[in-house]
Design a protein around this ligand. Structure first.
Ligand SMILES: C[S@@+](CC[C@H](N)C(=O)[O-])C[C@H]1O[C@@H](n2cnc3c(N)ncnc32)[C@H](O)[C@@H]1O
Length: 243
């Protein structure tokens, strides 16, 4: 599928383009996420957090928290303190509203911030998490280095990101879904012409599996590993900060 000029511009420049895009779709984000993934996205987040081995009392930073779904998975898994950070105020506003509805008002501290310039001191957090966020960073390596900087020695980062299934027939089915069905359904519901063409284009462009592990290692993480879920539709990456 050829990428239109506007999608290409968002893909190349990211930054304010990505922020505006998420601001525009914030009201639809949760519904579309669960609808378009048939609800499996909740299971992916739960598996990521379980595999990260968080402990009660941990202070967790959830980068690119959006409406706070991964932050919620953390809260369900342990008695942790969670800070959620994002560039989109509208996404976080939808997140605050959702927390209120769920009777969890104030349980996540939402703060505005960019992954490339995290507004916290070195060694602040026991864990740093990101779900479906790193693909959107303007500067991937700078964002990962910042995550390492705010992590305490011995702490872990857990990253969930879309991947590409390696085996047929899932590979062909998923590709059809991603490049044809999803942009159509996304546009129909959210009314946004580009968000759901940006999504498959950004997945296609993003480094996969071993390539992403190499980047994590280059940024200074140790003990890097990954696992895939649902036939490789998503990958969970883990890396630690040396003691
Ligand atoms: C696909 S959403 C994921 C939200 C949430 N983590 C989840 O699991 O549903 C991506 C989020 O990343 C945010 N984002 C994009 N670039 C960012 C950056 N450089 N720093 C921080 N947040 C960013 C967007 O505003 C958006 O809320």
């Amino acid at each position: 599928m050829a990428t239109d000029d506007k999608t290409q511009e968002i893909l190349e420049k990211k930054g304010a383009h990505v922020q505006n895009m998420f601001d525009r779709i914030a009201g639809w984000y949760d519904f579309l996420n669960h609808f378009l993934s048939l609800g499996i996205d909740r299971r992916w987040r739960k598996k990521l957090i379980r595999a990260a081995g968080l402990k009660d009392g941990d202070h967790v930073l959830d980068v690119a928290t959006g409406t706070g779904d991964l932050a919620l998975s953390v809260l369900k898994a342990c008695d942790c303190r969670v800070t959620g950070m994002d560039v989109s105020e509208k996404m976080m506003e939808a997140g605050r509203k959702k927390m209120r509805k769920k009777g969890r008002e104030g349980s996540v501290r939402f703060i505005a911030g960019r992954a490339e310039e995290i507004p916290f001191e070195d060694n602040t957090f026991d864990a740093v998490t990101v779900a479906f966020g790193v693909r959107n960073y303007t500067d991937l390596e700078q964002g990962l280095k910042e995550m390492l900087r705010v992590l305490r020695p011995g702490g872990i980062t857990a990253i969930l990101e879309f991947s590409k299934p390696a085996r047929q027939p899932l590979k062909a089915l998923y590709s059809f879904y991603l490049f044809h069905l999803l942009p159509w359904a996304g546009k129909l519901f959210s009314g946004d012409k580009y968000a759901y063409t940006y999504l498959p284009a950004s997945i296609k462009k993003f480094p996969q599996r071993e390539d992403f592990l190499e980047i994590l290692e280059r940024c200074g993480f140790s003990g890097c590993r990954y696992e895939t879920y649902t036939g490789g539709i998503v990958a969970a990456y883990f890396g630690e900060k040396k003691n």
